[in-house]
Write a protein that binds this ligand. Sequence first.
Ligand SMILES: [Zn+2]
Length: 345
Amino acid sequence: MSNTKTRGILDRLRSGIVQGAEGYVFELERRGYIKAGPYVPEVVLDFPEAVKQLHREFLRAGSEVMVALTYYAHREKLKDVGRENDLERMNRQAVRLANEVAREGDALVAGNICNTWAYDPGNAKESSRIVRAMYEEQLAWAVEEGIDFVISETNDYLGEALIALEAIKQLNLPAMVTLASVQQSQTRDGYDYIEACKILADHGADIVGLNCDRGPETMLPIIEQIRAAVSCYVAAQPVPYKTNARYPTFESLRTDGDEQAFPLLLEPFLCNRFEMAEFARKAQTIGVNYIGICCGGAPHYVRAMAEALGRTVAASKYSPAMELHPVLGSDVEEKHKEFLADWKS
Ligand SMILES: [Zn+2]
């Protein structure tokens, strides 16, 4: 663990909101370092500087947590791309890179485990053993390299999330466990999202909530109910896409030509930075403790969210200075709207 860090995750949450940032795999795919489809973070070994650069951009934009890029760096996925032999090296290096950049600021390092695609509720006993072994090996390497807490995320099954939680708690680390919310209201093993979070909290999760899949509009109503149901900390990390009642997840969004937009045709649905800032403000009002962003996330969103939470971050030095713009004037968002209204009329 880095000795430059002033306080751990639970200390920080006790005194206020912690801001996170994710979406590393999506962003590094856009930058040309990760293959869409398998989405395995080979970049960690092949272009470590690219990973560090993105960590650094999120850090400058206000993220207080450097999430080690071990998403999908598990045995099952590496087998798919023929890099099973790189498993340990990839996991260790990911945590090392996160630590190197965290030390440039005062950020925490989170180990990261996710849905494995190996869990099968129909064969829970056998598949749980496989999943547990995958988590234990990933986390053992992460702990050796130095992490402050663990984020277990995009959990489709409560059953799998509980295995992750147990593996984290065995190591006496704070656990943030968040669910995927691809389906209308339930995990794939049939638990209502709110009930599932309650069960995770009852089993000792320090932070519960949702990440990925849903944009601000369709994630917040569920988060509000989770907030009311649990007494532990709550996390919300939506995707910056305009999901709505008809298309509640980014996987369900359809293009004008009625094609599935996910994962490569999503650009027309991106939120703007003001919408993500608005999300941060609403999440704060609801009482969300860990506010972040997931797939589609980029530094300009993270900075806008940080500033919406009243923070000045390193990248604020270059926040829009529209008052200097000959047309736009002082209040950025307002002036931008006026500008557009004039320009369209
Ligand atoms: Zn995501």
